[in-house]
Write a protein that binds this ligand. Structure first.
Ligand code: FDA
Length: 388
């Protein structure tokens, strides 16, 4: 038997932040992970350069059954706080686009930084070992790892979501939460490519074509690149929309996001001898496919206004009905998770079971693409550590 003040399950972004912060506040902390090394998702993130935060972080850029839940933690540990840590460790960084901050060098620097911070907090680690059992009684949690039982009054669930199982991702957090009587908002793959069925095979033939669009799903709209793949649709605009997409629903794509209302009729008056294919602000292969589907071939001067109006409407909101996603194997994150209704938004502690905390992606808070998910991991980990 070994005793700690807190046991953190999961040595990912949230778990390492919570452990380092609690350790530096004087708590004796153990981190347990079944992987042999910490932070495997951090290491491959951002194409190996880790998009570690986004300076445009606002609660509206997170998906959750309770859109207010993330406000407290995000407001108390901000991108500027994480940036201060990065600079303290002398890690060079740059802003790429849309407020996304990346390491100049490598994501390895982020893991090394977090491990250094853990060292400064005298954090203990148990890597490469599965959690065999978690029990609770007399206000203490008992975690069996291998043949050793570790005990602490605080247990922090930081095992993330099931996206990318080959990196060691599991739904362990959900099973544990359910065992302790907590609700779990139905998890589903997010920031994930969408697949198209036979009916939309024409578009799958455009594999490799990319164009700037506005992609809409549910209440959300994203203006970024969309990419046609041999299985369906991908690219940042689609990945973003996928977090809001539900089975059976359509995704709307605006292929001419800068075109003003009435642009096709205006073009007909100004250039009656031009064609729709030439006017479309998309790569030629895609323009050919769209024109074929619209049935608006030939000079615009010969196309009735009504047909141009109908084409304009369709081009501004082209409906695709995906038959699914590429699943957890390709999803960058998981939407859903441990219900925020079960947790204090200030401390991440379970309302019904004092001493139990849930942080990071395990919780029903999912950020947009672009550094938001790490910012949530840092902020929720930090918030829990203040209470341990
Ligand atoms: P995380 O998944 O990081 O950590 C969970 C840990 O728990 C893992 O170490 C795992 O091994 C361990 N674990 C799981 N089950 C266990 C069990 N049963 N027993 C013991 N240990 C267990 N986000 C972002 O903001 N910027 C970016 O650039 C990227 N890029 C990116 C690329 C790719 C390819 C992916 C898959 C994801 C991203 N993300 C991202 C998302 C980001 O990686 C993710 O949201 C955070 O890592 C979540 O942090 P957590 O600590 O919650 O979980």
């Amino acid at each position: 038997m070994s005793n700690f003040d807190a046991i953190v399950l999961g040595a990912g972004a949230a778990g390492l932040m919570a452990a380092a912060t609690a350790g530096q506040r004087g708590a004796r902390v153990l981190v347990v992970d079944h992987n042999d090394e910490p932070g495997r998702k951090i290491l491959i993130s951002g194409g190996g350069r880790c998009n570690f935060t986004n300076i445009g972080t606002v609660p509206e850029r997170f998906v959750s059954a309770n859109p207010h839940f993330a406000k407290s933690a995000l407001g108390r540990y901000t991108p500027a706080d994480f940036l201060a840590l990065i600079e303290k460790h002398g890690i060079a960084w740059h802003e790429k686009t849309l407020g996304q901050l990346f390491c100049d060098g490598s994501a390895k620097q982020i893991v090394a930084m977090l491990m250094d911070e853990c060292l400064a907090g005298h954090v203990s680690f148990a890597f490469g070992q599965a959690v065999r059992d978690v029990a609770h009684g007399d206000g203490r949690f008992r975690v069996t790892v291998g043949s050793i039982v570790h005990e602490a009054p605080a247990l922090v669930v930081a095992t993330g979501g099931p996206s990318i199982p080959k990196l060691g991702a599991t739904g362990f957090a959900y099973d544990l939460a359910r065992r302790f009587g907590m609700k779990v908002v139905e998890p589903r793959p997010a920031l994930v490519p969408l697949t198209l069925g036979q009916g939309e095979a024409l578009f799958r033939e455009l594999s490799g074509v990319s164009t700037e669009v506005v992609a809409r799903a549910g209440p959300a709209a994203f203006r970024e690149a969309a990419l046609f793949t041999h299985r369906g649709l991908s690219g940042p605009a689609i990945l973003q929309a996928s977090s809001y997409w539900r089975h059976g629903e359509a995704v709307g794509i605006d292929f001419a996001p800068d075109a003003p209302a009435g642009w096709l009729r205006a073009a007909k008056r100004a250039q009656p001898r031009t064609t729709l294919k030439r006017l479309l602000p998309v790569p030629e292969r895609l323009a050919v496919a769209l024109v074929e589907q619209l049935g608006v071939a030939g000079d615009l001067g010969n196309v009735p206004d009504k047909a141009l109006e109908a084409a304009e409407v369709r081009l501004g909101d082209w409906r695709f009905t995906p038959n699914g996603t590429e699943g957890y194997a390709k999803a960058e994150v998981t939407v859903g998770g441990i219900s925020t209704a079960e947790l204090s938004s200030r401390t991440m502690e379970a309302k019904k079971l004092p001493g139990l905390y849930a942080i990071g992606e395990a919780v029903d808070v999912t950020g947009w693409l672009g550094g938001y998910n790490f910012q949530w991991a840092w902020a929720s980990g930090w918030a829990a550590a203040q209470a341990i």
